[in-house]
Ligand binder design. Sequence first.
Ligand code: ADP
Length: 192
Amino acid sequence: MINIVLFGPPGAGKGTQAERLVKKYNLFHLSTGDVFRYNIKNETELGKLAKSFMDKGQLVPDEVTIKLLISEVEKHPEAEGFIFDGFPRTQPQAKALDEILSEKGTSIGMMLALDVEEEELRQRLLKRAEVSGRADDADPKVIQNRIDVYKNETAPVKEFYKAQNKYIQIDGIGSIDQITDRLFAEIDAVIR
Ligand code: ADP
C-alpha cells in the first residue's frame, strides 16, 4: 500500500497520468478539481462556492478544500492507497493531509512532481479547452492566474515533501507513454 501525491502545475498532465497509475497499482484516484467540478455540475452549495473561485483561476479556500478532502478519504475505507491529484496545493493542506493519514495509520510515500515549462503549459491548456469545455482553460487571463497561483502558493509545497525526503521530480515533457514509464520506474523503486 502506498499513497502518492501527484504534483505539478495546471496542464502538467496529472489527471492523464493518474488514470494510468491507478490501473497499475490499484490505487484510488482523488482529484479535488474533479470533485469540485462534479459539485458544480450538480449545482450543490459547495459547487456554487467552488465555481466562484475556479472561474477566476483562484484557489478554493483551504477550510473548504480540506473538509472536502477529509470526507472523500473517509468515503473510501476500502482503498489500498490513494493518488492525490491537485491536493495539497498549500502548506496548510499538506499538513492536514499528513494528519488525516496518520490518524489512519498511514502516510504519504512519495510526491511525484511533473516538471513542465510555462509556455508549454499555456499551449496545452488552450488546446485542452477545445475538448474539456472548462471555462478556466479557455481564457488566457485565467490560465495565467492559475500559473501564477501555482508559482506563488503551490510550488512551495515541494519543500514540505523535500524535508521528508519524499520529493521526486519527473520530466513532464515527452509522449504520454514515456512520462508514464518514468513514473512507473520511480514508484517501482520505492515499493520494491
Ligand atoms: P488544473 O491542475 O488543470 O488546474 P484542477 O482540476 O486540479 O486543474 O483544478 C481546477 C481548479 O479547482 C483550481 O484552479 C482551483 O480553483 C480548484 N482546486 C482544485 N484543487 C484545489 C485545492 N487543493 N485547493 C484549492 N483549490 C483547488
